[in-house]
Design a protein around this ligand. Structure first.
Ligand SMILES: [Zn+2]
Ligand SMILES: [Zn+2]
Length: 125
């Protein structure tokens, strides 16, 4: 009886370790699948691509957006290209001149083959 109990005591941690290894493998395979599902959704991925380059709110490329980037804002101010009234680059102020949006929209269209979303923070209301 004593030896059997001992055997059981020795075997149990071994099985437990094996079971944990198995579970470990399983959970290691799990997360990559989960993350690829999270970022790989067709709708989500494509809209991420657009918004990464394009500032949807302001209708200009994100890296040139004088409303989102304080660095760009400073550069536009330095050039004297600044709309004080609306606190954005004059050349990006579609409130003062909606026609300016066409120049940026055509760049979006050239890149994505479709019209950009209508900016909701940079239009005359
Ligand atoms: Zn912006
Ligand atoms: Zn303006």
């Amino acid at each position: 009886m004593k030896t059997r109990t001992l055997q059981a005591l020795v075997m149990f941690p071994l099985f437990a370790a094996l079971a944990m290894l198995g579970a470990g493998c399983g959970s290691q395979l799990g997360p990559p699948k989960g993350t690829s599902k999270g970022t790989g959704g067709p709708g989500v991925a494509s809209s991420d691509d657009d918004s990464g380059w394009w500032c949807v709110e302001h209708g200009v490329p994100e890296e040139e957006c004088s409303m989102c980037s304080t660095k760009m804002a400073a550069e536009f101010k330095k050039k004297g290209d600044w709309c004080k009234e609306h606190d954005r680059a004059e050349s990006q102020c579609f409130i003062c001149n909606p026609d300016r949006s066409e120049k940026f929209a055509s760049r979006y269209e050239a890149k994505f083959g479709k019209k950009p979303p209508v900016p909701d923070e940079n239009v005359r209301k």
